[in-house]
Design a protein around this ligand. Structure first.
Ligand SMILES: *[C@@H]1O[C@H](CO)[C@@H](O)[C@H](O)[C@H]1NC(C)=O
Length: 265
């Protein structure tokens, strides 16, 4: 069961919204409850994609973390960060000898760094939404395990429509879980080869198709239409090389020890 809307947010929702959810599906409610029990708090850590905290620009670190992102950039980050994540998984696999496609499962998030703190209209939305981490990782290397927990627990605050369970956010969640096996075939440790280029192109096309469904073909609801602007969703201008470099950066980050230094908090 995949979830778009963050579980923690659900418990902050009014009873009215909860009733709507109930009507939609009793099954989903039980899945949410289950996952909420399982989800662990991960640390709030600034990272590259979300830009780093600059003193003076925001009143406090707390205000900084609660700022609401441009939905278009949030959606783009979900593709770009997915490749960085692919590189991270490859390097962790090499270090621990746990197969790449065995490190994380698809499905509902188990980790979350924060709730939005801004009421119903704003969600703390995961950028990478995948399920659990292989328990072997914790036994092999605690630091890498904690760093990975924090990495996938990271959220950005966005307007609800960019994260809607039944909308574009949900489809991206499914994409991120369903493509884990494909992502694990790309070699991020060296230069982009022809076969990998084709794979990356296909991953980009599939992602764009999701966005197109909401931005262009009119199946979106009016509030989704309002918040997503095709020209501003950066995924329309990304090329395979850039995404591969993103993956390489993730790979190198683990190999150099920077990943653990930055995320094992
Ligand atoms: C865990 O991984 C980090 C980063 O690769 C490495 O520096 C460290 O030595 C590893 N620790 C163990 C116990 O293998």
């Amino acid at each position: 069961m995949l979830m778009t809307v963050d579980v923690v947010k659900y418990f902050e929702l009014s009873m009215a919204s909860l009733r709507i959810v109930l009507i939609v599906s009793i099954v989903c409610i039980s899945a949410i409850t289950l996952a909420a029990g399982a989800r662990k708090q991960s640390e709030v850590i600034s990272d590259i994609c979300s830009s780093s905290f600059t003193e003076g620009q925001y009143d406090s670190r707390d205000v900084y973390y609660r700022r609401v992102r441009d939905p278009n950039k949030h959606i783009s980050a979900r593709l770009v960060r997915y490749f960085r994540f692919g590189g991270i998984l490859q390097a962790i696999s090499e270090e621990t000898e746990i197969p790449r496609d065995n490190l994380v499962t698809g499905g509902a998030s188990q980790f979350q760094d924060q709730s939005s703190g801004l009421g119903q209209a704003v969600h703390a939305a995961h950028i990478i939404r995948v399920g659990s981490i292989n328990s072997k990782l914790g036994k092999k290397n605690q630091s890498l395990n904690r760093a990975l927990q924090n990495y996938i627990g990271h959220t950005q605050n966005v307007l609800r429509a960019a994260n809607a369970w039944h909308g574009v956010g949900g489809d991206i969640d499914k994409y991120q879980s369903n493509q884990l096996g494909v992502l694990a075939t790309v070699d991020f440790g060296s230069t982009l080869e022809t076969n990998d280029r084709r794979t990356v192109e296909t991953l980009i096309t599939d992602f764009r198709n999701i966005i197109d469904k909401y931005v262009r073909d009119g199946t979106h609801t009016s509030d989704e239409k309002k918040i997503l602007d095709a020209d501003k969703v950066i995924v329309y201008c990304v090329v395979p090389l850039m995404l591969h470099e993103e993956g390489k950066a993730g790979y190198d980050m683990v190999k150099s020890g920077e990943f653990v230094t930055k995320y094992d908090k």
